[in-house]
Design a protein around this ligand. Sequence first.
Ligand code: ADP
Ligand code: MG
Length: 428
Amino acid sequence: MKVLLIGGGGREHALAWKISQSKKVHSIYCIPGNGGISEIADCVNIDIHDLGGLVRFTKQEHIDMVVVGPENPLAIGIVDHFEEEGIPIFGPRKKGAQIESSKVFAKNLMEKYNIPTASFKVFHNYQNAYDYVNEIGAPYVIKADGLAAGKGAYVIKDNNEGKMVLRNVMLDRIHGDAGERVIIEQFLPGIEASYLAFTDGKSILPLLASQDHKPLLDYDKGPNTGGMGAYTPIPFIDNRMEIEINSTIMKRTIDALKSEGADYTGVLYGGLMIMEERKPYVIEFNARLGDPETQPILFKMQSDIVQVIQSCIDGNLDETKTIEWREGVSICVVIASRGYPEKSEKGIIIKGLDDLKNRKDVMVFHAGTKKRGNDFFTAGGRVLGVTAIGETYSDAIKKVYDAVSCIKFEGMQYRKDIGAKALSYLEK
Ligand SMILES: Nc1ncnc2c1ncn2[C@@H]1O[C@H](COP(=O)(O)OP(=O)(O)O)[C@@H](O)[C@H]1O
Ligand SMILES: [Mg+2]
């Protein structure tokens, strides 16, 4: 079968790599793809928001299955569009994708269906929001309702800062229409975890719990990014907690969406806060796989992902009981270009990739790269995700940083503490 993958980051390289292992698949196309993906798929340059153009390409190439990586095409209804054309596609329709594209939609759903989350209020009016933060005082969290490329949520520790954020988001509209409404919610202290599951709208098939690292610098300092690294599994998420997350959050949310007339197919991503008394709360939902979490997770996945995706599309996911995983701990360290996340350099040659090619325990997934001849060059932003599997957390940390040390490009920046949190949880 022929598979078309939409997107061009590390998540999509991991997906392309995993899809390429399926016996069912003989060719893969990727729009737009990247340097690494171009080694296993035909990369085609079409704007991923041009739904008409994407459908034309899919028909012309007789594609059998479309897999969507990023949130933006989902938010504008790529799945509805392809379904109308009778083309099998993996992802939620526009209505269900609102769980990510509108935080107000997600919070209202959680409130209505008793899914554990921080208490909140919605504001359309700057003055009302201003009066409210004066009344409650810090700490609290302000969030723009719409998609803001991971930059629309602000944890407020000081009320003056909170007022400035309200002004920027609601009056100056630094996130555009995404700031038309804001949520002001209770600050939840705890440990964050990403919990992802495949779903056909009726049952769920969970992936391994993982932990992202959003801030640019070690020990969670510096500005927020798209994610600088991730590892899986998480030591404190045991079987009992997984059962609780599956029932009180993941399955309940899928059922809630169904009750609201939004049959949800694809991946549901729960961004969770595990509170002091080991209670999981939802911070946000995403309507797709996370990046970088997908990289260490898929590196551990042994089952055929295409078969799982097919049963989500066909509505018989309940026939797949579990996913088989490779033993061990998987860690991904993201290497970004100089200047990221504000701006970033491109066009710089990357050295050392060949040395890592045939290691059983190491994979380098590409994000912002371009291939020219036999060489790879940076294309800005996050450039590579170096992923390694080890027997223990310490072993995986050693392996992944050993691999990172083989890679060289001018201005490269990466965190040196990915995985360290897992060690600290183990000590407690
Ligand atoms: N209620 C909350 N309590 C504590 N921290 C929060 C809360 N909501 C969000 N955060 C922090 O802000 C980050 C971004 O918020 P999130 O809702 O995930 O928005 P987005 O990913 O769309 O930017 C979270 O990863 C978390 O670190
Ligand atoms: Mg988030």
